[in-house]
Write a protein that binds this ligand. Structure first.
Ligand SMILES: Nc1ccn([C@@H]2O[C@H](COP(=O)(O)OP(=O)(O)OP(=O)(O)O)[C@@H](O)[C@H]2O)c(=O)n1
Ligand SMILES: C[C@](O)(CO)[C@H](O)COP(=O)(O)O
Length: 224
């Protein structure tokens, strides 16, 4: 079986409010994106790595690789307008059959154990989407601005990797983009596929706001 990882890094990181796109910010002395690629490169299934990046950042990335002596082989693909289009561009570059993990570049603390479990579960069941139970109470905001409590036991916080067979992912990404498509699971589900959830990990956080970088550094130091 052939394995692939599409690492999506085509966003601008607007919520991070930094002049440098967040995937390039340093975590423990190295760009976030390099930690993420290293996590997948360490997988014994040896996934082929496809890195999706805004075309205007390709040269900058190549300079960063030289500066950090980063030599992990990967294919550079141009990013799209939305995450959906970035994944689609990555998928187009995969020609054969296999198992494809889609992962946010800005989740650098993904564990090798989760990556492996995700590939294995998707190979056995068609898909594997990482999720964890919420620990806060949750409410829905109605159109009138009033809020109502939701039963958190019926909810999951969804992470990446989101891993699928090439057959499922290709079929799903043939659809036109919809605003509700915030992840690959929503795209596959809208296409009629059932989503298989696997347990994610608490430290697999998505670096979104400045304080997330500080939390990620604490996790990183703890792990090393
Ligand atoms: N057109 C886009 C938009 C997002 N992403 C990627 O999808 C992942 C999750 O998106 P998010 O955390 O929202 O990143 P940004 O879009 O960069 O952040 P923001 O929404 O704050 O602008 C990130 O690794 C991001 O680079 C992408 O590949 N292509
Ligand atoms: C894919 C994702 O990380 C799953 O939680 C999430 O949907 C990305 O959302 P964003 O708005 O692009 O950060």
């Amino acid at each position: 079986m052939k394995y692939y990882a599409i690492i999506v890094a085509g966003g601008s990181g607007s919520r991070m409010q930094n002049v440098v796109a967040k995937q390039f910010l340093l975590l423990d002395g190295k760009p976030i994106l390099m930690h993420t690629l290293e996590a997948f490169a360490a997988c014994p299934l040896q996934p082929e790595l496809l890195l999706v990046l805004n075309i205007h950042q390709h040269q900058y990335w190549e300079e960063l690789c030289r500066a950090h002596s980063f030599t992990i082989p990967h294919q550079l693909i141009k990013g799209g307008e939305q995450r959906f289009h970035s994944v689609k561009n990555g998928l187009k570059a995969i020609k054969g059959k296999g198992i494809v993990a889609v992962h946010d570049a800005v989740r650098p603390l993904v564990s090798l154990e989760l990556i492996l479990r995700s590939f294995e579960a998707a190979e056995a069941q068609g898909s594997a989407v990482a999720g964890i139970a919420p620990t806060d109470s949750v409410r829905r905001i109605g159109p009138d601005g009033k809020t109502e409590a939701l039963n958190r036991n019926e909810l999951l916080l969804i992470q990446t990797p989101q891993t699928f067979t090439t057959e499922i992912l290709r079929k799903a990404y043939q659809q036109p983009f919809r605003n509700e498509f915030t992840d690959d699971a929503s795209v596959a589900e809208y296409s009629g596929f059932t989503i298989n959830i696997i347990e994610g990990t608490r430290e697999n956080l998505k670096i979104t706001y400045p304080e997330d970088l500080e939390i990620a550094l604490l996790y990183k130091k703890k792990g090393s």
